[in-house]
Write a protein that binds this ligand. Structure first.
Ligand SMILES: Cc1cc2nc3c(=O)[nH]c(=O)nc-3n(C[C@H](O)[C@H](O)[C@H](O)COP(=O)(O)O)c2cc1C
Length: 199
């Protein structure tokens, strides 16, 4: 059974990205995946303090809720990450998680231990984001960040679902086609993992 971690990065529990990610989780579970849901706003997580104690073991030295998320990422075959656009970037909750994963970057690049077993296919990542405005470049900076983040955690950015023009809580409910797309993506992700494994 494929293990997946779904990370909710919005401060809103029932915001647009949360509703979309819930659909992706539902799609993945329908395909038999075991999905762990992580709601960043419920966790106590310090920002990265740049002490680089992770150089010794590849593990962050700050003892807080990140430790559990670190294990969940290492155990997963796929990561589903959802964040709203805040000032053309990910939310602060999401950015704190990303920076704490510098320990995984260190593990991979300095300690030369891949965060996933090299004999098995790497992780796949689904990124979901929404912004209120409609500009062409709305997601450009964030996608650079997310690509680099996923690379650090040994995760291929398999698909991004990006929606413009959604602002107030629940705006996405006016777009059942977006929710359907997220549900499909969740299922497709698990099918893609299974086809990798069958190779
Ligand atoms: C602090 C803050 C910064 C924001 N910055 C942007 C922005 O740069 N561009 C944009 O289009 N929307 C911006 N928004 C709007 C959110 O992206 C939008 O409300 C989104 O639907 C929130 O998603 P959520 O419901 O999943 O939290 C911002 C909202 C907040 C609270």
């Amino acid at each position: 059974m494929s293990k997946v971690v779904a990370i909710y990065g919005s401060p809103r529990r029932k915001g647009n990205t949360a509703l979309l990610l819930q659909e992706a989780v539902r799609g993945a579970r329908q395909e038999g995946a075991e999905v762990e849901e992580v709601v960043l706003r419920d966790l106590k997580m310090s920002p990265c303090l740049e002490i680089y104690a992770c150089r010794n073991s590849g593990r962050c030295a700050i003892q807080d809720d990140f430790q559990k998320v670190y294990d969940s990422i290492l155990e997963s075959r796929a990561v589903m990450l959802a964040s709203p656009i805040f000032f053309y970037a990910v939310s602060a909750h999401t950015k704190i998680l990303m920076d704490r994963c510098q320990s995984l970057w260190v593990r991979k690049h300095w300690l030369e231990e891949a965060s996933s077993d090299r004999s098995s296919p790497g992780r796949k990542g689904l990124f979901i984001s929404v912004g209120a405005t409609k500009g062409k470049k709305l997601f450009d900076g964030t996608l650079l960040t997310v690509r680099y983040y996923f690379e650090a955690i040994d995760c291929e950015l398999w698909k991004s679902l990006l929606y413009r023009g959604l602002d107030f809580e629940g705006d996405v409910l006016q777009h059942p086609e977006y929710l359907e797309e997220a549900f499909q993506a969740g299922g497709d992700l698990i099918r893609a993992l299974e086809s990798d494994e069958a190779r």
